[in-house]
Unconditional design. Structure first.
Length: 205
């Protein structure tokens, strides 16, 4: 279930001087399509490969789909850009379960992995989600074999709270680790007040 209210992108892009999180632009569209064909992304995320975009009308439509996710309170898809060049280097997304609970998902474009981009994006978006969107519970779902994503979760203060076993479309067993971000200030307030449900596969779009 989405939020009861629309969500709005940050008025000023969120930045730590190395990466910037901002709303999607027409100029990002081709990079998002190219990255959607990456095998690792397809392996771990519910993000099908995207068709090439024929022209700016198609690129604009892609931007409008992202805007629609914000307006309907379904999700908060943000571009992770290089803070200096503004080049898109990844995606971070909050998928809202309700007004106080969101699941975070991310992908970093292949050429930019292994340099701490995803942890930077998570550390920018999570305090903003708490302060500006009123999110109280931040969850992260990662396949138990997705070592890189689990490292990002650990580095960003997420602790494991559950493991869910499911069967995917090919009949293979999948173990999904569910993490929750616990920060000292929120820990006491938030402990034990989340109802865990069967996870879907996360989407960074
Ligand atoms: C998971 C992912 C977002 C991590 O992003 P990142 O910016 O590379 O994150 P980091 O640089 O902090 O690296 C995280 C871990 O990845 C591994 N790693 C290091 N270099 C790497 C490289 N060149 N390529 C891939 N993974 C690498 C290491 O285990 C690292 O942990 P460490 O810092 O303790 O050594 C990225 O690998 C990705 O986009 N994967 C495909 C999509 C995906 O799995 N999304 C998460 C779904 S839950």
């Amino acid at each position: 279930m989405p939020r009861s209210q629309p969500a709005r992108p940050p008025a000023t892009p969120l930045s730590d001087g190395v990466v910037t999180l901002r709303a999607r632009r027409v100029s990002d569209a081709d990079a998002v399509v190219a990255a959607s064909h990456d095998a690792e992304t397809q392996r771990w995320l519910e993000d099908d490969p995207l068709e090439p975009l024929a022209d700016d009308t198609a690129r604009q439509a892609a931007v409008e789909r992202a805007e629609d996710a914000w307006l309907t309170g379904r999700a908060a898809p943000l571009i992770v850009a290089d803070a200096v060049t503004d080049e898109p280097v990844g995606l971070v997304n909050l998928q809202f379960r309700d007004d106080r609970t969101a699941t975070i998902a991310y992908s970093v474009f292949p050429a930019h992995r292994g340099r701490g981009v995803a942890p930077r994006a998570v550390e920018l978006v999570t305090p903003w989600a708490r302060a500006d969107l009123g999110v109280e519970v931040l969850l992260l779902e990662a396949d138990a074999e997705n070592v890189a994503s689990i490292r990002v979760a650990e580095k960003c203060g997420f602790t494991p709270v559950d493991e869910v076993v499911s069967t995917d479309a090919d009949g293979r067993e999948r173990r999904t680790k569910v993490f929750r971000q616990t920060r000292p200030a929120q820990e006491a307030k938030a402990r034990g007040d989340v109802e865990l449900t069967e996870p879907g596969r996360p989407s960074s779009r």
